[in-house]
Design a protein around this ligand. Sequence first.
Ligand code: GAL
Length: 383
Amino acid sequence: MKRRSALAVFGAGLALTLAACGGGGAGTGADGASSSAPADKGDITVGVAMPTQTSERWIADGKNVKEGLEKAGYKVDLQYANDDIPTQSQQIDQMITKGDKVLIVAAIDGTALSSQLSSAASAGIKVISYDRLIRGSKDVDFYVSFDNYKVGVQQGTSLLTGLGLKNADGSEGTATGPFNVELFAGSLDDNNAQFFWNGAYDTLKPYIDSGKLKVKSGQTKIDQAAILRWQQETAQKRMEDLLTSAYNDGSKVDGVLSPYDGISRGIITALQNAGYGGSGTKMPVITGQDAEIASVKLINDGVQYSTIFKDTRKLADQAVVAATALVEGKEPEANDTKTYNNGVKVVPSYLLESQVVTKDNVKSALVDTGYYTQAEVDAGKAS
Ligand code: GAL
């Protein structure tokens, strides 16, 4: 529903642009037949720079943004940078050289793109920061994302709920602990990592202070918990190290705060290799984010406790709507003009809502909304 209305707005906007350009008979060939890509629309290319194809989430984002833009008549230059910062910088340089009109960028390192953005601004190219805020540049025109602090709160809260310290309705649970937990954070060069961490840590801190939660490793600082580039293997290695160093006395891990499903899968592998989830030792309560299909299956199978669903279809729609406004020389509509200071300016933002998903609502949140089919959830694979 949301998707359709967003695209309708976009289509209408583009029609106005075309009328202003004096393009006649858009979509109609000389023989009067409808052509698939109206010529005038194709004059505008939107560059889309995505970080990596190793994560299903970014594949979906790239696909959704591309489809949305194409449906509205734009040409799209979609590039993935393999999580390599120089590659992404180079891709953006090329987009600028080729004369793309708007750039939609999900940065690998949010601080590494200032010179590219300054060239873009000089060339009159507008820049939308996609999901991850680009820092240290005045040349970011708009930001589309989710309420990232709230995502962290949701992750922290679901860890508490899974452990029984809180009830689903938000009231205090009957469990008293103490529970052994370990904390993971995302990649420190991604602005979101700090927001997720702050939201989660603020939520967990009272329970750490009261002794109901015990971070047995003592690693409670974000730089101790951070996983560079959000890598699954790095997370697995850190969990293995934690098990060896802090749980070699027969004690068990009861919960793990994980900020992202890929990291959760690394944590799960380390735990399974150490005998968790087999006979005798329960899997800890493990959180996540992105509702990646492999992790949704793990949730259904009772291996991972929760994830945070961020509907990338809606995010893509917002990026398309914002791109349209910028092409038309308008300010995209923001719903937050305070939170996202990138170190140089507060970037006007459109933030979407996220949702906690556990085994109880996989179907209503992910299948009934058409995000996945039941067959995909059962197989743990997107088709
Ligand atoms: C963040 C994003 C998360 C997750 C993570 C790892 O920037 O907000 O949803 O995808 O990157 O890719």
